[in-house]
Design a protein around this ligand. Structure first.
Ligand SMILES: [Zn+2]
Length: 408
């Protein structure tokens, strides 16, 4: 083991331990740690049968119930026993949804079937780890919930689409929307955390709350179910924001922020950008992420932060990328109808702590630079806030329509 890897494992152990103590969701690190510790060796099928089963939890049965896959275990499951992530396997051209479960199975590998899903396979990946892989040629929705001795995996949508479609007559061309889609809006910062302080002392926490509320009103009026992580001036911990969205079973998570640069660059730097979660370490993404992450990562040491950036998984990355593109396009279109000097600063990947742990596509919108005089004045202006929120709402609508077109 080289020095770097040793340091990485040490940091991961540290984060996992501290996280548990502080009740922070550290499943991402725990996954990375267990991966690093357990995947050095892949076992052949023959070897696998010879390996003594080490894990103390045993899978007792697998069954389909109400269209959901249920895994039943002999003992109470711990939170850190399940690691879920997804990825796109470019070689197989498959979207994969993977559960690593610290347990063993009593029977041999199983292939399961569900209509509309390419493959579902459950196998003993290594002596301690059970692996459930669900894969499909197009993205599908996979959720899970943990009961004391059970894991329930929901695959695809159980909702009946025909009941949820309606025509909206307000716009020139009727647009189909989904009434049952759930959106969580997350106005950044709040309370003791003002976020960025910009031109004339304007505070990020205030403008993003105003925009968030406008967005909520518009989406509600269009028939969506909407929740906000905060609707007043109070502090919400970053980790509780995605937790809230998971609990609400949200379809998408939109975190709203305003950007900032140093005084020296304030006049020339403006524009709107949208981020989706990834481990990208471009200097720009790192800089923005460093500002947005700071309120909760203050007590993490250097190696903790480094390792955080290194070990992020690419959760729902494809869908989040699409959502980011739709939001960015629609918002720019809405603003450009009314305003000059509207700048597209792009859709980018970034390592944002607030997006980690979301079980749905999650994006972070930097609505503009609060340090730029012109943009700061606009961000404070009611009409601009409304125009921006209308653009975001159009983006949400466009995203869901695109999802349906690609049978997502
Ligand atoms: Zn912010």
């Amino acid at each position: 083991m080289n020095n770097n890897n040793w340091l990485r494992l040490k940091s991961l152990r540290g984060i996992t331990r501290t996280g548990k103590k502080l009740h922070i969701d550290v499943s991402v690190y725990a996954k990375e740690l267990s991966k690093s510790l357990h995947t050095k060796k892949r076992y052949s099928a023959k070897q696998r049968t010879k390996i003594k089963i080490k894990s103390s939890h045993k899978l007792q049965s697998i069954l389909w119930k109400n269209g959901n896959l249920e895994l039943l275990f002999d003992k109470k499951l711990q939170n850190n026993q399940i690691n879920y992530y997804n990825k796109y396997d470019a070689k197989r051209k498959m979207y994969q949804y993977i559960f690593n479960i610290h347990a063993s199975m009593l029977t041999k590998s199983q292939t399961l079937r569900k209509k509309g899903v390419s493959n579902i396979k459950l196998s003993q990946y290594n002596p301690n780890m059970l692996r459930l892989v669900i894969e499909n040629s197009s993205p599908i929705k996979v959720r899970f919930s943990k009961k004391p001795t059970k894991i329930i995996v929901r695959i695809g949508s159980n909702k009946i689409i025909h009941n949820s479609v309606q025509y909206q007559h307000r716009s020139k061309t009727p647009t189909r929307i989904d009434r049952d889609k759930i959106i969580v809006i997350d106005p950044g910062h709040g309370g003791k955390d003002p976020g960025a302080i910009g031109y004339r002392g304007y505070k990020e926490k205030n403008v993003v709350l105003a925009i968030g509320k406008e967005l909520r009103n518009i989406l509600k009026a269009r028939g969506y179910k909407v929740y906000m992580t905060r609707d007043g001036d109070y502090f919400v911990k970053l980790r509780n924001r995605t937790k809230f969205a998971n609990r609400k079973n949200a379809d998408i998570f939109i975190s709203i922020h305003a950007n900032a640069v140093s005084k020296h660059d304030a006049k020339k730097t403006y524009g709107l950008e949208t981020y989706y979660l990834s481990k990208s370490r471009s200097s720009r993404a790192k800089r923005v992420a460093a500002i947005e992450n700071s309120s909760d990562l203050i007590d993490m040491n250097y190696y903790g932060k480094e390792s955080f950036l290194n070990t992020l998984n690419s959760h729902n990355i494809i869908a989040a990328n699409k959502l980011a593109i739709d939001l960015q396009r629609s918002t720019l279109a809405s603003l450009k109808k009314r305003y000059k000097y509207v700048k597209d600063a792009g859709v980018r990947e970034g390592p944002f702590w607030v997006l980690v742990g979301a079980q749905m596509p999650a994006v972070l919108v930097e609505t503009g630079f609060i340090t730029n005089p012109r943009e700061a004045k606009r961000l404070e202006n009611r009409t601009y806030q409304k125009t921006l929120a209308r653009g975001l709402a159009d983006g949400v609508q466009r995203y869901f329509i695109n999802c349906r077109k690609s049978r997502y």
